[in-house]
Design a protein around this ligand. Structure first.
Ligand code: HEC
Ligand code: HEC
Length: 320
């Protein structure tokens, strides 16, 4: 009892030191991951045998060294097939409330069915993938060890489960901005602090928020003005969540993307049409906020977004 009375005031003090009232939160090291599963998932993520012609791995479109995405406007699958949307980063994907631009997959494991089977991505059939993996010298034993089954350990469900566990490990902790949120005033410079203030002031944080600076809600793209009309032809992908629900209110509605790795993952937007971060920010001001802002404010916001990139052993590229 004495212990509790004595320490309670101190706990109160610590719990309000940072971030409590901020719309953005620091990323934390993921807890309770199964290390063996993560290792298996990592191997599968880099394995071209998941694709029909053994040429393309998940990592082919989600390059972990460069930021977890590719550098193309629209991704290119096996046989040069061109996809309909821009590849998002897989870093921090475990924190997204749904997967894909239109949120059509509920979980990371469910998401894996998409690329493996999509004609314009890996173009595989699951039974073929499973046969190929059984022929490998070490996969059967590795799966059996992780899933504690002798027979049938290499299954569609287990492949998806292992990849999802690996993806949950891809959290980019310790960014300059997170260190700032946790109280290190010197972690970011004055322009980045101003950029963060403006990010909140203009209302960016009403959509891009939480630890992932996005990824926790759907919003219409083109709240103000008519982005899509001005683009000319409207593609199926442009309809966003409408494709999933058929609900007219979901027309052009997308999952708000995370900005955590944005500084490394040009080009931008679901259609890959914004070449630079600055282009994307200009479009946000025009079509999401319906307002203009001085150049120096936009530059400060871009500078702030660059401080959101954290660390992961697989990530090599640095923010310029
Ligand atoms: C041909 C390139 C390509 C390959 C190969 C590929 N992806 Fe993707 N990935 C994409 C694109 C493009 C999207 C966005 C698709 C959409 O939203 O409709 C995406 C979306 C995702 C997402 C959702 C992220 C988000 O922000 O919603 C995850 C997670 C992901 N991929 C993981 C994987 C895994 C795991 C594999 C291997 C099994 C894989 N990808 C293979 C291009 C690819
Ligand atoms: C009303 C909600 C909303 C507001 C406000 C908003 N955004 Fe967005 N943002 C979105 C959505 C939705 C997308 C995805 C649009 C698409 O590609 O379909 C997006 C995309 C982006 C992207 C591209 C990310 C990528 O990986 O492609 C950047 C950068 C961005 N926003 C920054 C900002 C900034 C900076 C502000 C404030 C000036 C802002 N946003 C305000 C909803 C919003």
């Amino acid at each position: 009892m004495f212990f509790i009375l004595f320490f309670t005031p101190f706990l109160g003090l610590f719990s309000t030191t940072y971030a409590d009232n901020e719309p953005l939160k620091p990323l934390e090291v993921p807890k309770n991951l199964d290390t063996l599963k993560v290792k298996l998932g990592e191997r599968l993520f880099h394995d071209v045998r998941l694709s029909k012609d053994n040429t393309l791995a998940c990592a082919g479109c989600h390059n972990l060294a460069l930021g977890g995405a590719d550098d193309k406007a629209l991704s290119i699958g096996i046989n040069g097939g061109i996809g309909s949307v821009n590849s998002p980063t897989v870093y921090n994907s475990g924190l997204l409330f749904r997967q894909f631009w239109d949120g059509r997959a509920e979980t990371l494991a469910e998401q894996v069915d998409g690329p493996v089977q999509a004609e314009v991505e890996m173009g595989s059939l699951w039974p073929e993938v499973i046969i190929k993996l059984y022929k490998d010298a070490t996969y059967p034993a590795q799966f059996a060890m992780v899933y504690k089954e002798k027979k049938g350990a290499i299954s569609r469900a287990h492949i998806k489960d292992a990849i999802a566990e690996f993806e949950r490990s891809l959290v980019t902790i310790n960014s300059p901005f997170d260190r700032y949120l946790k109280g290190d005033q010197k972690a970011i410079d004055a322009q980045a602090k101003e950029g963060y203030r403006l990010f909140k002031h203009y209302g960016c944080a009403s959509c891009h928020q939480g630890a992932n600076v996005g990824g926790n809600m759907y919003q219409v793209f083109g709240v103000v003005g008519s982005y899509f009309k001005e683009q000319g032809k409207i593609t199926t992908a442009d309809k966003g969540r409408f494709n999933v629900t058929g609900n007219p209110q979901d027309m052009h509605r997308f999952k708000v993307p995370s900005l955590r790795m944005a500084a490394l993952t040009a080009p931008y937007l679901h259609n890959g049409k914004a070449k630079t971060l600055r282009d994307a920010v200009d479009i946000m001001f025009k079509y999401q906020l319906g307002r203009e802002a001085p150049d120096k404010d936009k530059e400060a916001i871009v500078h702030f977004i660059k401080t959101l990139v954290g660390e992961h052993p697989a990530l090599k590229k640095r923010v310029k």
